[in-house]
Design a protein. Structure first.
Ligand code: ZN
Ligand code: FE
Length: 739
């Protein structure tokens, strides 16, 4: 029967190519009526056969554009027919505030890739083609409202051909602001020291040759520059970049090439090949291979995401190291002139182009854990997309932590987490952080009414929050670090009420002024109670012990003879005298101490290296464990564990066995303490957050162990468990603060 039906779609459905999508879907059925943006989503009225209309409605969510997030589709048959004469897109009425969603940069889509590979097509081998479904967005936008003139594509006027596609609703470039072709768009070029500039195909060929000769190339990506070379040349790159042992990411030509190197589940492959194109952490096939690229059991792998990347690989390069071009904690480089100036002596050649990057955005890093996407760094491909939080009613700025800085700005219903910013102690990074806060405020039209920051008085993010709160005359809410982690994981999972929080990380400022980090909390957005924690470990020499982790091994065991090559006896005297030995209950420090006792690492070349190497060493199917002693107040006493660990070490037990036993012990402890807290509090929901949960050995086991005891266990899937995710929690706590 022919009816008129009202269809209301709710969720993130604006600014994502949703109306052209509806237009295409509707044309397939020949319905008549209209579609328009509304303040809550997209509304339609359509006339047609009722069964066909219902079928159409059922296809909306599953077939929606990549960036759409459809929450609901509601249909209602109306009493009368309107006898529409056509199907049209009705202009929205004063929806300015809702129209400001901005797409992340999205990897090249299959249609564009096909065009690029089709001889005779006008965009054959053109490195900058894009369409409504793919290409640069966030990183080329200068201002809102989003149109070409306000992007770095503004200096490339569209040719008549591109203009026609742009205006044609049936074309896949309809309203694609950065669309272009070889006649009107950006051009690629190659610069080498002392060489003449090459353009077009010659530039590409020269860049490929540079790589194949084993040299190092700087390539301009979407949100910044990469340094790139063949994987065999990892040592050369490490030496020139003066990079510590931190793993490099690999870009593989395609999923098959990635599969040669790494194991991959179907879910991991889906993430790897998704158009968001994150770096995916995958287990190496053979743990001892490619140690120069990554010294642990995992490899960060991504696929090409710009047309330029595809042309660079051709069909004869399988894998390239692709690492952000930045020097000593500075932000990623993004301008041609700075790259050519600062990377002289590091890169042998530069493959660049004349489309400016306006906003830095590093590659995202994710893995699959606990059956879901697990972000470790949420950046390109994800930012600046909002997280929907229904109960959000206020504009809040949350300033995050310091070393893995990020911020969140919110408006009613939505939180906008920033991209990866880096370590604020670097001046350029701090400047970029301040600029990005201003940029987000403008893009999303937000003036914060409250500001949240960490309790740590010396974090530069705290300093920024204090200044801004003063300037704007708005309340400043200081949030305890681990409370914020707990709230972040709650918000990530849309939880309300009260939970048990296992919050394990390296360092956070406690309410008592000491350093926390191995915490068992209960509470919610409104407050928390510290229910249990690790027995604090003295950091001999204070901050020095974070790098020189043998000091932690010494503090844990008191065994000077383990540390012949070091200043152990002086350190032990210092410990006994209690001079500059602040206490830390940080889980990260306990891992460092254990890694040192196992002989895996004595001086960390990057933060968390001890824990990374310990995890990498662990025998996967070792069931052994050490003693768990839990004192009054749910304080885990590491001493019996340390004693047994020492006995293993003296008996010459393999480090892989000791590493597994150590982590099994911590998980036993976690279950025992959680059960005790659950018994006392009656709480059944457990959230796992904090940087120590980047440990995949624990992530693969602990959630299941807790579920077996009847708990509901919640892990992250939208923001990171490390300090980068902290700002989301700060925001939720500020929302609930009485002020
Ligand atoms: Zn495309
Ligand atoms: Fe933390």
């Amino acid at each position: 029967m022919r009816v008129r039906m009202k269809v209301e779609v709710r969720g993130i459905v604006q600014g994502v190519g949703f109306r052209p999508f509806i237009h295409r879907l509707v044309s397939g059925y020949g319905f008549l009526g209209w579609v328009r943006n509304s303040s809550r989503g997209v509304d339609m009225e359509l006339e047609g056969e009722e069964s066909e209309l219902r079928e159409f409605a059922s296809r909306i969510a599953p077939e929606a554009p990549l960036l759409a997030d459809v929450e609901s589709v509601e249909c209602a048959v109306m009493d009368t027919l309107a006898n529409f004469a056509a199907f049209e897109i009705v202009e929205s009425r004063a929806m300015a505030s809702m129209d400001t969603l901005i797409s992340p940069d999205i990897g090249i889509c299959p249609d564009c890739l096909r065009e690029m590979r089709t001889p005779g097509d006008k965009r054959y081998r053109y490195p900058f083609l894009n369409c409504t479904n793919c290409g640069p967005r966030f990183t080329i936008i200068r201002d809102v409202p989003y149109d070409r003139a306000r992007t770095s594509m503004g200096v490339f006027p569209m040719c008549p051909d591109c203009g026609r596609e742009y205006r044609d609703i049936t074309d896949r470039r309809y309203h694609a602001e950065p669309t272009c072709c070889p006649d009107c768009g950006p051009q690629v070029f190659y610069d080498g020291p002392g060489e003449e500039r090459l353009e077009g195909e010659a530039a590409l060929e020269k860049a490929r040759q540079t790589l194949k000769e084993g040299k190092i190339l700087c390539v301009k990506g979407l949100g910044g520059m990469h340094l790139c070379c063949l994987p065999e040349k990892a040592a050369l790159l490490r030496q020139r970049k003066q990079r510590d042992g931190k793993p490099f990411a690999l870009m593989c030509r395609d999923a098959d090439c990635a599969r040669e190197l790494c194991g991959m589940t179907a879910q991991e492959e889906e993430l790897l090949t998704s158009q968001r194109r994150p770096i995916v952490l995958l287990p190496k096939k053979r743990r001892d291979e490619w140690m120069e690229v990554s010294e642990n059991g995992y490899m960060g792998v991504m696929l090409p995401y710009t047309p330029l990347h595809y042309l660079l690989f051709g069909d004869d390069i399988d894998a390239l190291i692709m690492t952000s071009a930045n020097l000593s904690d500075k932000p990623i480089m993004y301008r041609n002139d700075e790259a050519e100036r600062e990377l002289r002596g590091i890169a042998d050649g530069f493959l660049l182009h004349d489309r400016d990057i306006l906003t830095r955005c590093d590659d995202s890093l994710l893995c699959v854990a606990d059956g879901r996407e697990y972000p470790l760094r949420r950046s390109r491909g994800y930012v600046p997309y909002p997280i929907r939080i229904g109960e959000l009613t206020e504009s809040i700025l949350a300033c995050g932590a310091e070393q893995k800085a990020s911020f969140v700005l919110s408006k009613p219903g939505m939180a906008f987490p920033s991209q990866h910013i880096g370590d604020l102690k670097n001046f350029e990074t701090y400047e970029n952080y301040r600029q990005q806060i201003g940029h987000f405020e403008r893009l999303f039209d937000i003036t914060p009414r409250r500001i949240a920051c960490d309790l740590h008085p010396d974090y530069l993010s705290t300093r920024c929050a204090e200044e801004m709160a003063e300037e704007l005359g708005v309340p400043l809410i200081r949030v305890q670090h681990h409370h914020a982690h707990m709230a972040a994981c709650m918000a990530d999972n849309s939880l309300t009420g009260e939970v048990i929080g296992l919050i394990w990380d390296g360092t956070g400022y406690g309410t008592d002024g000491t350093v926390w980090g191995g915490e068992f909390l209960t509470g919610g957005y409104g407050g928390f109670t510290r229910r249990g924690h690790l027995r604090p470990l003295p950091l001999i020499g204070g901050d020095r012990a974070v790098k020189e982790i043998w000091r932690l091994g010494l503090a844990m065991t008191g065994r000077e003879e383990l540390y012949g090559g070091y200043d152990a006896s002086a350190a032990l005297r210092q410990l006994r005298a209690g001079l500059n030995c602040p206490l830390s209950s940080g889980m990260g420090r306990l891992f460092d101490a254990a890694a040192s006792v196992m002989g895996l690492c004595q001086t960390a070349s990057y933060e968390g290296q001890g824990a990374v190497l310990l995890e990498a060493a662990a025998e996967a199917d070792c069931r052994g464990r050490y003693a768990v002693k839990i004192d009054e107040g749910c304080v885990f006493d590491y001493e019996p564990m340390a004693g047994e660990l020492m006995r293993d070490r003296e008996a010459g037990v393999d480090a892989g066995v000791m590493a597994a036993r150590f982590m099994n012990t911590l998980m036993d402890m976690a279950v025992a303490v959680t059960e005790r807290i659950g018994g006392e509090s009656g709480l059944e929901d457990v959230v796992l957050s904090g940087g120590s949960f980047q440990n995949m050995y624990i992530m693969a086991r602990l959630p299941g162990m807790l579920r077996e005891k009847g708990f509901r266990v919640w892990t992250h899937s939208r923001v990171s468990c490390n300090d980068e995710g902290l700002s989301l929690g700060q925001m939720m706590i500020a929302l609930h603060a009485g002020c």
